[in-house]
Design a protein around this ligand. Structure first.
Ligand SMILES: Cc1cc2nc3c(=O)[nH]c(=O)nc-3n(C[C@H](O)[C@H](O)[C@H](O)COP(=O)(O)OP(=O)(O)OC[C@H]3O[C@@H](n4cnc5c(N)ncnc54)[C@H](O)[C@@H]3O)c2cc1C
Length: 471
């Protein structure tokens, strides 16, 4: 709809929303300059489409978020909520004619309740900043995505992010006690609880977790804290082949609870070593990197038990690393995996998760796909959770190779589903996985999705066209 102002100029819906935003937000917090907009148009995924937004706004308070959404709702303008843009599925990519609502200026920690073991924070704070803040109280926020230094808590909540220590302490969902959200029409809702237990009403908090900005904008998260864990013992097992490493993961997880259990296959080890030489064994078929955070002798005993299980499964070399510097170097290698593979060319990163009993078979089949489709695949990930990030790399700008990579990506998702797994363990559906979602969901559950969306966002203005199945 377009109207004219008193001078006879067209006033578009977008202009009206901008006027309302200008009135509600501080100077400089409404940006329309195309050069500045460009940095907010897409996330870190490759292969996902991005449209052209007309503005990005940076609210600082819940009331400002509410004012923005009231205006957008009134004029039916699409809004794309955005945290730090580190997503890997296009979830925060702009849509044509959208308003980007970026929470990067909402970074305040509102309270740390030591007695009840939680923190309340605005959503824009980075995961590491929050962890550092609560550490001053001797407390710990567990979920630790490999991107923790540059991803926001709001993004973590909306993707239900996992991380390295989630194998023991659970993913973001397990840490979210309550949320303050702004609904699509600007109403403010407080969801969840402060108590350890609570079952009153439907679990609306849980529904927002992992909803990828399609149901509401998160303006405050109340997150469960734990006492800081003791220093961990690091254990490393080297394998000739990936299948044996997968079998070792199954055995370890059946016997004890490590606080980290990650895998890097040979292609990933080679990529990391080429990216940053650190003496990794690039002849190994796979490397398992584990930690046990049980204090004292019991921790050392657990680490030894873990390594013994790896040896039974076929590890050719095992060792405990008591040296914190060496442990940090190995963790660094794991965190570097995406960057190292990215540096090799164009890439498509997957995020499948499979039952642990299927891990060995699925990893071996993924290696076979590399040969079948003539692409480079580096597989690494949170093996203890059965969550893998096979990353397909192909020469930049090679259209033929891109087609082969897409076909391999497709085949990989089928592998995961056939193994009883999921197309996304932690990154979400966004745009990248949308066309695959209906393959995984039960048809009745699939049909519930649009009805839930309609209940939260009847005008379909919040991140429209993302995350939900394509019918
Ligand atoms: C090198 C690298 C390593 C990574 N490692 C991991 C890992 O180990 N585990 C893991 O889970 N992920 C990982 N990721 C992916 C990414 O960091 C996570 O998905 C993260 O949770 C995204 O947070 P963000 O703040 O960047 O969100 P964005 O990318 O900005 O947004 C992600 C989604 O959340 C929505 N959103 C963001 N903020 C809000 C809000 N306040 N209210 C409503 N909706 C919102 C957006 O609309 C979008 O759908 C990695 C990414 C990279 C680049």
């Amino acid at each position: 709809m377009s109207v004219r102002d008193r001078y006879g100029n067209d006033v578009t819906d977008e202009d009206s929303v901008l006027l309302a935003c200008d009135a509600a937000l501080a100077d400089g917090d409404v940006v329309t300059d195309p050069d500045r907009l460009a940095s907010y148009v897409r996330d870190r995924s490759l292969g996902s489409d991005a449209g052209q937004p007309f503005a990005v706004v940076f609210p600082r308070t819940t009331e400002q978020v509410s004012a923005v959404l009231q205006a957008a709702h009134k004029y039916r303008v699409p809004v794309v909520p955005r945290g730090a843009g580190s997503g890997l599925t296009g979830g925060s990519n702009a849509i044509d004619g959208s308003l980007i609502l970026c929470v990067e200026k909402m970074r305040e920690v509102l309270c740390v309740d030591e007695a009840n073991g939680y923190v309340e924070t605005q959503p824009g704070i980075f995961n590491t900043e929050l962890r550092d803040h609560v550490a001053k109280y001797g407390l710990w926020y567990a979920p630790d995505p490999a991107s923790k230094d540059f991803c926001s808590i709001g993004g973590n909540v909306n993707t239900n992010a996992g991380g390295l220590c989630c194998v023991k302490y659970g993913v973001t969902r397990e840490a979210v006690l309550g949320l303050e959200v702004v609904m699509a029409d600007g109403r403010i809702a407080r969801l969840g609880r402060r108590t350890v237990k609570g079952v009153a009403g439907y679990d609306l908090t849980g529904m927002v977790v992992g909803s990828e900005g399609t149901l509401a904008v998160v303006t405050m998260a109340r997150l469960r804290l734990r006492p800081l864990p003791p220093p961990a013992t690091t254990a490393v097992a080297v394998f000739d082949d990936l299948y044996a490493a997968g079998k070792a993961v199954e055995a370890v997880m059946g016997a004890l609870t490590p606080s980290m259990l990650e895998v890097l296959d040979q292609s990933t080890l080679k990529a990391v070593e080429a990216f940053k030489p650190m003496g990794l064994d690039t002849n190994a078929g796979a490397l398992l990197l584990a930690q046990v955070d049980v204090p004292g002798d019991a921790g050392v005993a657990d680490a030894d038990r873990l390594l013994a299980l790896c040896e039974v499964a076929g590890a050719t070399e095992t060792y405990r690393s008591e040296d914190p510097e060496q442990a940090e170097m190995l963790l660094g290698a794991r965190r570097m995996a995406i960057h190292a593979l990215e540096a090799m060319g164009d890439w498509l990163l997957d995020d499948i998760a499979v039952p642990r009993s299927e891990l060995a078979t699925v990893m071996a089949k993924i290696s076979d796909l590399a040969g079948q489709y003539d692409v480079y695949i580096g597989t690494f990930g949170h093996a203890g959770d059965g969550n893998l990030h096979p990353t397909i790399v192909f020469p930049r700008g090679d259209a033929d190779a891109e087609q082969r990579a897409l076909a391999a990506f497709d085949a990989m998702l089928d592998l995961a589903l056939e193994a009883g797994g999921t197309i996304t363990g932690e990154h979400g559906v966004g745009l990248l996985k949308q066309k695959y979602l209906a393959r995984e969901l039960d048809p009745v559950a699939s049909a519930l999705h649009p009805r839930i969306k309609e209940a939260w966002d009847p005008m379909n203005i919040l991140n429209p066209g993302k995350s939900t199945p394509l019918w």
